[in-house]
Design a protein around this ligand. Structure first.
Ligand SMILES: Nc1ncnc2c1ncn2[C@@H]1O[C@H](COP(=O)(O)OP(=O)(O)OP(=O)(O)O)[C@@H](O)[C@H]1O
Ligand SMILES: [Mg+2]
Length: 238
C-alpha cells in the first residue's frame, strides 16, 4: 500500500515509515487470512460485536482495529471513536469517567453502526479497571462497542472475554514480512541499505540476498523489520 506521495521524496517533517505504510484498509493487512476475512465481513455488514484481538506484537492488531473503525464510521470517526492506548491512564477512574462519559454521549450514526472504544494493550489494565469496564460494556451495548487489543487474551477477565468475539492473530511468516518490506523498499526506491539489530550491522546490496539471509535469522526478522521501518535514519541509504 504505497500512498501516492510515496514515490516523491518526502518534504517537510518525515512521517515514520511504520505510520506511512500502516495499512488503512482491512483488506490490505498482510497474513492472518481468517482474522482478516472475519473483520472484512464486519466492515461490510456493520454490527461490530465487542472484539478482542489477541496475538504477538507487530502482527497488525492495532492496525486492524483502526482500519475497521475507519471503514465502519468514515466521516464520523472523530466523534464516534475513543482511542485509549497503553500510554493513557486506563485505571479504574478513567473507566468510570472518561470511558463512561464517551459511552453515554449521543452520536447519530447510520443503522448498524456503533460508537467504538478502542483499548490498546488491554491486558495491561488492572482487574479493577476491567471489572468496571465489564459493567460499562453491558450497560451501553446498544450504542457502544469495544475493541480490545492484547498479546494474551487470558489476561482479560473472563466476563469480558465471554462478551467478546475473539480474533486471533499469529506471527507472520518471513515471506509475508519480506513481501511487505519489499513494498516499502520499492515505494521508497531503496536500492542499497543496512539492516541493523542490536548485535549486527548487515549490508546487502541485492534485495534477493536480504530475503535469504534474513530467513536464517527468522526469530529476529520481525524485530529487524520493525526496527528498519521505525528507525529509518540510517546513513547507509543510497
Ligand atoms: N499484518 C500486517 N500487515 C501489514 N503491515 C503490518 C502488519 N502487521 C504490522 N504491520 C506494520 O507494523 C506496524 C505495527 O503494527 P501494529 O501496531 O498493528 O501491531 P500490533 O499487533 O498492534 O503490535 P503490538 O502488540 O506491539 O501493539 C504497522 O504500522 C504496520 O506498518
Ligand atoms: Mg498494538
Amino acid at each position: 500500500m504505497a500512498s501516492s506521495s510515496s514515490s516523491a521524496p518526502a518534504v517537510g517533517p518525515e512521517i515514520p515509515w511504520v505510520e506511512k505504510f500502516r495499512p488503512t484498509k482491512v483488506a490490505d493487512i498482510v497474513g492472518n487470512e481468517d482474522a482478516v476475512a472475519r473483520l472484512q465481513v464486519i466492515a461490510r455488514d456493520g454490527n461490530m460485536p465487542n472484539l478482542i484481538l489477541a496475538g504477538p506484537p507487530g502482527t497488525g492488531k492495532t492496525t486492524s482495529i483502526l482500519a475497521l473503525a475507519h471503514e465502519l464510521l468514515g466521516p464520523n470517526y472523530r466523534e464516534a471513536v475513543l482511542e485509549l492506548n497503553a500510554s493513557d491512564d486506563r485505571g479504574i477512574d478513567v473507566v468510570r469517567n472518561k470511558i463512561k462519559m464517551f459511552a453515554q454521549k449521543k452520536v447519530t450514526l447510520p443503522p448498524g453502526r456503533h460508537k467504538i472504544i478502542i483499548l490498546d494493550e488491554a491486558d495491561s489494565m488492572t482487574s479493577g479497571a476491567q471489572q468496571a469496564l465489564r459493567r460499562t460494556m453491558e450497560i451501553y451495548s446498544n450504542s457502544t462497542r469495544f475493541a480490545l487489543a492484547c498479546n494474551t487474551s487470558s489476561k482479560i477477565i473472563e466476563p469480558i472475554q465471554s462478551r467478546c468475539a475473539l480474533v486471533r492473530f499469529a506471527r507472520l511468516s518471513d515471506q509475508e514480512i519480506l513481501g511487505r518490506l519489499m513494498v516499502v523498499v520499492a515505494a521508497e526506491k531503496v536500492h542499497t541499505f543496512s539492516v541493523c539489530d542490536k548485535y549486527a550491522v548487515l549490508n546487502y546490496t541485492l534485495l534477493e540476498q536480504l530475503s535469504s539471509k534474513l530467513s536464517v535469522k527468522s526469530v529476529n526478522v520481525l524485530n529487524v523489520v520493525t526496527f528498519l521501518i521505525s528507525e529509518m535514519h540510517f546513513p547507509a541509504f543510497i
